[in-house]
Design a binder for this molecule. Structure first.
Ligand SMILES: [Zn+2]
Length: 389
């Protein structure tokens, strides 16, 4: 099956004409709706290029797989790949050229409405890594996100999921406040179990500080002082803090996904991901946290799941979404009672475990009911996310 991964690369506004990209996006939008309108002052080659994609509606370029923003009107672009040995792949007239000899991506006439206008972007490490793994980048896209120009690259690869060896890696996605718990299972026994949490104090501090400064900024704004030197300085500081906060959460998610995927590959495990966004949401709502922070945690919980599923697919790791409750006894299915310190106890059969370990016990039970021979990748995560969002 064909699997895909995408990356967004921010382009400099100085080099990329935002208005021109906006116009190209509008043309793409029209093409998507089946119209073909020829604009005199936009290069014919670009317009031919866009309308050439008309027949690909619902496919990778105009479709909603694998990222949601693909459904909007980013401009689809063909690519040419020139490898170090001089061999070439792709369309000779493609506006995006990956030059692996000089390690740059050349963007022809997509950043500015001028004949022969080329912008060069350094080759991201990500591209080199995906190619090494047997991937290819047939398509790219350009578009705007928060009025900033971005290049999106779509790597694809043909992969067959492996047959699980008998190991199971269970991943319980909590509300992030309590992190992610994972357990490695072999022959019905939990070999290893761990609950991982981001540095909450650091995240809370960054969040609280940025909120505090935002309130101050709000006051200045009401007094009409937000455009003063002081106001601008404050706004810059807030933006910097938020950026740091998002980067922290993102890094944490990426590193954890990377480790979990490696773990699965090392043991040739079948991965069972707990399907409990709803329960996480409820657990979060019960907590005494600022609502903005709750939203942030929930957002990154979803992102983590999406990232994990995408990477598992990319590396051919079979996975399934299963409900792994943390408040129901995995032995007798009685409601569990929570003791201090997040310890769960079953008053019916005496089962006792830390709350974050209960789902791993459930994974043992769930795994028994799975037919290993039929655990193929199913793009289940797209269906899952549609339900979750
Ligand atoms: Zn019980």
């Amino acid at each position: 099956m064909i699997v895909r991964r995408t990356i967004l690369i921010k382009l400099s506004k100085d080099k990329c004409d935002v208005n021109y990209i906006l116009r190209l996006m509008a043309l793409t939008n029209l093409a998507y709706r089946g119209f073909e309108i020829w604009i005199p002052d936009i290069p014919k080659t670009m317009q031919h290029h866009i309308y050439g994609f008309k027949n690909f509606k619902g496919s990778l370029v105009f479709g909603a797989v694998p990222k949601r923003w693909l459904a909007s009107t980013w401009v689809p672009l063909k690519t040419l790949r020139v490898y170090p040995d001089g061999s070439r792949k792709g369309d000779g007239g493609a506006p995006v050229v990956f030059d692996f000899k000089s390690n740059v991506i050349k963007l022809h006439q997509i950043c500015g409405n001028k004949r022969g206008f080329v912008v060069e972007v350094p080759m991201p490490r990500w591209v080199v890594d995906r190619i090494k793994e047997g991937g290819d980048i047939k398509f790219a896209m350009i578009g705007l996100k928060d009025n900033e120009p971005y290049l999106a690259l779509v790597a694809e690869r043909e992969v067959e999921p492996y047959q699980p060896s008998g190991y199971i890696l269970a991943v319980d996605v909590n509300s992030w406040r309590y992190g992610i718990a994972w357990g490695l299972i072999k022959d019905g026994t939990i070999i290893k179990w761990k609950s991982e949490t981001p540095n909450l104090r650091e995240i809370d501090n960054l969040y609280n500080l940025s909120e505090e400064l935002s309130r101050e900024y709000g006051k200045l704004k009401r007094l009409g002082l937000d455009k003063t030197v002081e106001g601008k300085k404050l706004w810059k500081k807030i933006k910097k803090l938020r950026k740091r906060l998002y980067a922290k959460l993102r890094d944490y998610a990426q590193k954890l996904v990377y480790r979990l995927v490696r773990k699965a590959l090392r043991h040739k495990a079948l991965v069972i991901i707990d399907d409990m966004i709803e329960e996480s949401r409820r657990e979060l709502l019960e907590m005494k946290l600022p609502s903005g922070l709750k939203k942030l945690y929930l957002m990154y919980t979803k992102r983590f799941v999406k990232l994990l599923a995408t990477q598992l697919e990319w590396y051919g790791v079979p996975y399934e979404f299963k409900r792994l409750p943390s408040t129901i006894c995995p032995i007798c299915q009685h409601e569990l009672t929570q003791l201090p310190g997040r310890i769960m106890i079953c008053e019916n059969c005496g089962f006792k475990a830390p709350r974050d370990k209960v789902p791993i016990h459930w994974a043992i039970k769930v795994a028994k009911s799975l037919n290993f021979g039929q655990c193929f990748l199913t793009h289940e995560y797209t269906r899952y996310l549609r339900r979750a969002l």
